[in-house]
Design a protein. Structure first.
Length: 224
């Protein structure tokens, strides 16, 4: 009985934190750690695979665990020497935003952004193929979606596929792209690995901090 009580309390703690609408003390605004990193939260606007502003995004401010922010600062230091900068599309993502994705995925006739983001994937298969899920690592606060910008031109490096493109072209080692596009992907991957991030097999832009502080906790406070 003693062990049952302890286990039950542990599960309750995870659930409670996952429903908490208050930003934890060890989460930070990236701008407070490094204000040179560019931020364009795609889910705060309409330039995303749904084509509308996503629930929970109330400002274009990147929130992340402090440990992740400090690691990103180290990446930025290396890039800045070469006249480059990180540009981040998403960091912490509230559960309410993920729930918005799930609702949208079930509305199979809403295909406003299909041509741009998932031209070869039937919307009805987005769940099956793993492009949409009911839980996201972003909601734990230590995952980022990002690219690299050339500060001379202020243009993003050509990675061979756009951010959030649903298809094989977004796989990091996709072969049917140019050498320059491959080199750009590998440079981003290498510099993130060097600074403690783990890449994701299906998306060249997606990285999670190794030994993240909240590996089993899903938060729901808004981005504001």
């Amino acid at each position: 009985m003693k062990y049952l009580v302890v286990i039950s309390f542990f599960l309750f703690t995870i659930t409670y934190q996952g429903q908490n609408n208050t930003m934890p003390k060890d989460f930070v605004y990236l701008d407070d750690i490094d204000n040179t990193i560019q931020v364009e939260l795609r889910y705060f606007g309409t330039n995303n695979f749904i084509g509308q502003k996503i629930d929970g995004y109330k400002n274009n401010c990147l929130i992340i665990t402090k440990k992740t922010a400090l690691a990103l600062k180290e990446v930025q230091k290396i890039l800045s020497i070469k006249g480059l900068s990180l540009k981040i599309y998403d960091g912490y993502r509230p559960q309410q935003a993920v729930d918005h994705f799930v609702r949208w995925a079930k509305e199979v006739n809403d295909t406003l952004m299909k041509k741009q983001y998932y031209p070869k994937v039937p919307k009805s298969e987005l769940f099956k193929r793993g492009y949409i899920a009911s839980k996201s690592g972003h909601t734990r606060g230590s995952t980022v979606d990002l690219t690299i910008v050339d500060l001379t031109t202020n243009k993003e490096l050509d990675m061979g596929s756009p951010y959030d493109f649903f298809g094989e072209a977004s796989h990091p080692f996709y072969k049917d792209i140019t050498k320059k596009q491959k080199d750009n992907r590998m440079y981003l991957r290498e510099i993130m690995l060097l600074n403690g991030f783990v890449p994701y097999d299906n998306e060249w832009w997606h990285f999670t901090l190794n030994n993240e502080p909240y590996p089993k906790t899903y938060f729901n406070f808004s981005v504001e």
